[in-house]
Design a protein around this ligand. Sequence first.
Ligand code: NAG
Ligand code: NAG
Ligand code: NAG
Ligand code: NAG
Length: 267
Amino acid sequence: MEMTMFIPLLLMICSFSTAQLQEEPDNKTIPHGKQTESRGGEPANASDHQPAYPQDIHAVLREMSALLAEQRVEMNHLKRDNEAQAAKLEGQTTVVDNLKQEISQLQRDNEAQKATLMTEVDNLKQQLQAKQVAFSASLLASGKGHLGPFNTHTPLVFRRVVTNIGNAYNPNTGFFIAPVRGAYHFEFSIGAEGNNSHSSGAWLVKNGENIFIAWENQSNGYGSSANGATLLLEVGDVVFLRQYKNTRIYDDGNHLSTFSGHLLFTM
Ligand SMILES: *[C@@H]1O[C@H](CO)[C@@H](O)[C@H](O)[C@H]1NC(C)=O
Ligand SMILES: *[C@@H]1O[C@H](CO)[C@@H](O)[C@H](O)[C@H]1NC(C)=O
Ligand SMILES: *[C@@H]1O[C@H](CO)[C@@H](O)[C@H](O)[C@H]1NC(C)=O
Ligand SMILES: *[C@@H]1O[C@H](CO)[C@@H](O)[C@H](O)[C@H]1NC(C)=O
C-alpha cells in the first residue's frame, strides 16, 4: 500500500528534476511565443517545456516531502487501524464459531431429549393400554344345552364374548392371563337344570389352585349359583373356571353361565 502511493510521487519529482536540467542550459530563455503567459504559473502542458525556477522546485519538493511524511504517518495509522480491525474481526469470528458450536450442541441435546420423551410417551401408552383390562363372556356361543357330566374336573371355555378390552381373556382356551401386576376382580355364574343325579358347580382357579366355588343341587327347574373373588395377580398368572366332576352345567339364550373380570388397579 505504501509503495503504490510512493511510486507516483517519485515519478512526479523525477519529471520536475528533468525539466529543471533541461531548462538550465537555455539560461532561462523562453521558447518562442510563450513568454508572457507561462511566467509564474505552473507548467500546464509537458510539451510546452515551460521553465520553472529552482526555488519553486525546492518549494514543491519540500511540500512533496512534507506530504509524503504526512502520508506515511497516515498510512501507519491506517495500518494500525487495519490490524486492530483484523484482530477485532478475528475475535468476532471466534465468538461466532463458539455460538455455532453451542447451537449445534443445543440441537443435539434437543434431539436426544425428544427421543427420550418419545420413548417415555410410548412406555406410558403401553402402561395405559395394559391398565385397561375388562372382559365378560357367556358359556355357549349360541343356542341352549348342557356341559357334562365329566368324570374329572374340566376347564370351562366361555365362547360368547361380550367385552374383551385388552384381550387378556382367550375365548378359545377359556384362560384369562394377567397383562400387568395388580388386583383383579372376577365374577362367575353357573347355570343349572334340576337333576336328581347331577348338581352343577365350578371352581374359580388361579394357576391351577382352586379359589372359590359356585355350587347348586336342585332336583328340578332352572337356577344358577354365583361367586366372585378379588385376586392379586402377577404378570402371566392364569385364571379360569373349572367344571366340577360329575356335574351338569346349563346355558341358553338367557346366558345363565357367565365369566367376567377386570383389573381394579395395578400394583
Ligand atoms: C546567459 O545570459 C547572459 C545574459 O543574457 C549571457 O551573458 C550569457 O552568455 C548566457 N549564458 C549562456 C550559457 O547562454
Ligand atoms: C497543451 O498542448 C496542447 C498541444 O500543443 C495545446 O493544444 C493545449 O492548448 C495546451 N494546453 C495548455 C493548457 O496550454
Ligand atoms: C339328569 O341327568 C342325566 C345325565 O345327563 C340325564 O340323562 C337325565 O335326563 C337328567 N334328568 C333330568 C330330569 O333332566
Ligand atoms: C342333592 O341333594 C339331595 C338332598 O339333600 C341329595 O339327596 C342328593 O344326593 C344331592 N345330589 C347331588 C348330586 O349332590
